[in-house]
Design a binder for this molecule. Structure first.
Ligand code: GAR
Length: 202
């Protein structure tokens, strides 16, 4: 049985698109059942609708508090029958309650080789630090921002003439396959979170 996956986005949703594309393979262990954005104008919503996937906005601005918004998101995830939640450029910091509800079942992609360069402007941070490799990480979501157990990473070289923009483009181009691989590992049970670590089936 394919695992039912919902994806939360805030913007263009290219990682979402990559997961939707990967899930079209008959032997992929996950099916994408819903796309939810916290902004009505998130470009990824149209991409998802064009693919025939239920896609809608639950704008955080419509709710009096972060918690009220999260309760609405949770209700929508449950209504969609989601078993796994993928954050794909979802730019909201979540409460410990929400994270706890989805512990071990919520994934995030971050544009750096964690634990380096948490937060925003990761490509600028990498250039500032002078690292010669950079990349992306897919991890389980835990209460600490960008801190959860790592499922998959891909590294790229930093070229001497790289700017934050060229790095962002090259990292994004490896994010897509990395996320599809990480979701397959979790959906198939080959990677799971236990005791604050990722356990891989051998
Ligand atoms: C991606 O680069 C993703 O790694 C990043 O936002 C971008 C979303 O692009 N996420 C974060 O920075 C989370 N901390 P996309 O909407 O085209 O997938």
């Amino acid at each position: 049985m394919k695992k039912r996956v919902a994806i939360l986005i805030s913007g263009r949703g290219s990682n979402m698109g990559a997961l939707v594309a990967a899930a079209k393979a008959p032997d992929y262990p996950a099916a994408i059942v819903a796309i939810i954005a916290n902004k009505a104008d998130a470009g990824g919503l149209d991409t998802a609708r064009n693919e025939g996937i239920p896609a809608f906005a639950i704008p955080h601005r419509d709710y009096a508090s972060k918690r009220d918004h999260e309760i609405a998101i949770s209700a929508a995830l449950k209504a969609a029958g989601a078993e796994i939640v993928c954050l794909a450029g979802y730019m909201r910091i979540m409460s410990p309650e929400f994270v706890g509800e989805w512990e071990g079942r919520m994934l995030n992609i971050h544009p750096s080789l964690l634990p380096l360069f948490k937060g925003l402007h990761t490509h600028e941070q990498a250039l500032e630090a002078g690292v010669r490799v950079h990349g992306c990480t897919v991890h389980f979501v835990t209460a600490g921002m960008d801190e959860g157990p790592i499922i998959a990473q891909t590294a790229i070289r930093v070229d001497v003439d790289d700017t934050a923009e060229t790095l962002a483009q090259r990292v994004l181009s490896v994010e897509h396959a990395t996320y599809a691989e990480a979701l397959a590992l979790v959906a198939s049970g080959k990677a799971r979170m236990q005791g604050g670590r990722t356990i891989f089936a051998t």
